[in-house]
Design a protein. Structure first.
Length: 130
C-alpha cells in the first residue's frame, strides 16, 4: 500500500469514528429528576425518574393514550403517553423518556418498575410478612 492509499484509508477511518461518535451522542439521553425538568420548562430527549401519582390517571382507550402525573416528592409533572403499558399502576416508580415543553412531558417510552417487588418490600418494612 503506498502513501496516498494509507492517507485516504486513515481519513476514511477518522470520518467513520467521528460519525459514530455523533450518532451515539444523539441517542444518549440525560437521566434527571422531575424537579429538574419542571425548572427547565423545556428540555428534549431526557429520562425522568418519578412515582406515578395516585388518582392522576386518565385513560383514553380509543387511541390507547394515558395522561398521568409523576412526582419526585418535590415537583409534579403531567405525562402523555400513547401505546401499550403492561403492569401499569398508580403509586409505583416509573421512568419516562421523551421531551418536555409547555408544561407537558411527551413520553416516547414508559418503563414501569415491577409492582409486586414494591408491594413485597412494603410488607417487609411495615412488619407484615417475613
Amino acid at each position: 500500500m503506498d502513501e496516498k492509499q494509507r492517507l485516504i484509508l486513515g481519513g476514511v477511518v477518522i470520518i467513520f469514528v467521528i460519525a459514530m461518535a455523533f450518532s451515539f451522542k444523539g441517542n444518549i439521553s440525560q437521566y434527571v429528576s422531575v424537579s429538574y425538568v419542571v425548572e427547565k420548562q423545556s428540555i428534549e430527549n431526557v429520562q425522568v425518574n418519578g412515582t406515578i401519582v395516585l388518582g392522576s390517571t386518565k385513560y383514553y382507550p380509543e387511541n390507547n393514550t394515558r395522561i398521568f402525573d409523576i412526582t419526585d416528592g418535590k415537583s409534579t409533572m403531567t405525562v402523555i403517553f400513547t401505546g401499550t403499558l403492561t403492569n401499569y399502576q398508580e403509586g409505583i416508580p416509573a421512568v419516562v423518556i421523551g421531551d418536555y415543553n409547555n408544561g407537558i412531558f411527551h413520553a416516547q417510552k414508559v418503563l414501569l418498575k415491577c409492582p409486586s417487588k414494591y408491594e413485597a418490600m412494603e410488607e417487609n418494612y411495615s412488619g407484615k410478612g417475613v
